[in-house]
Design a protein around this ligand. Sequence first.
Ligand code: UTP
Length: 240
Amino acid sequence: MKIVLKIGGSVLFPGYAPEENRFYSWANVICTLVRGGHKVFVVTGGGSIAREYINTLRKLGGSSFEGDLLGIQVARLNAFLLLCACKNSCDVKIYPQVIMSVDDVVKFYEIYDLFFAGGFFPGQSTTGVAAEIGEAIRADVILFATNVDGVYTADPHKKSDAKRISRISVDELISIVKSYRAEAGTYQLIDLSALKIIQRAKILAIVYNGNVPKETLKIVGLLEKKNLEELTKYGSIITP
Ligand code: UTP
């Protein structure tokens, strides 16, 4: 399968600094997927470090545009760290640099089996990067490894009555995200621009808890067996 794997910053950095064990666990999972015959396109988020940089920049009078540039760079640093972890732990064909745009994937798609990306350009998030790559390579699935076990009706870390949705169409999810946008600072699991790309490219997406990286292998195994019912135990399915 062609798999885009977006690893949220919160999952890579449960604490404040990069933890080598976390990176090592993810490297093992990614290498297992590639050895299993999948092509994998990893996108890493910026996490708390990106947010801290952006907050400091704001205090220094920086603009949103400059904040985005910082976020892009931090996400790329995380991607590079994970790229190095994979290079040192498995013998698969890895594109040797963090990709800077979707063009890199298109150009080198045939040669390499594993790619890493952070941010691409200002005005979006790394979920947008994952969606763009997914569309360009006609991905079979985009996996969103995040710090919650699926899509909820509201932010489950903030609202105790938030309900988990095991399966939802991308059209329905777009309506929900649009309603969140009416209230500033509310739950934003996948941003609208990313969802619109997923919608037009008709890509299946899964949102799951990435705090146990090995669960990614279970999810991919269930996808291969087309056992979507069982898969909903591990994450929410967003259907095209
Ligand atoms: P993230 O995608 O990491 O934001 O990008 P996030 O919402 O904190 O997600 P996770 O939890 O880490 O995965 C960090 C910041 O980098 C900029 C944006 O400012 C974003 O908020 N960015 C990132 C871009 O401007 N363009 C990109 O392509 C990616």
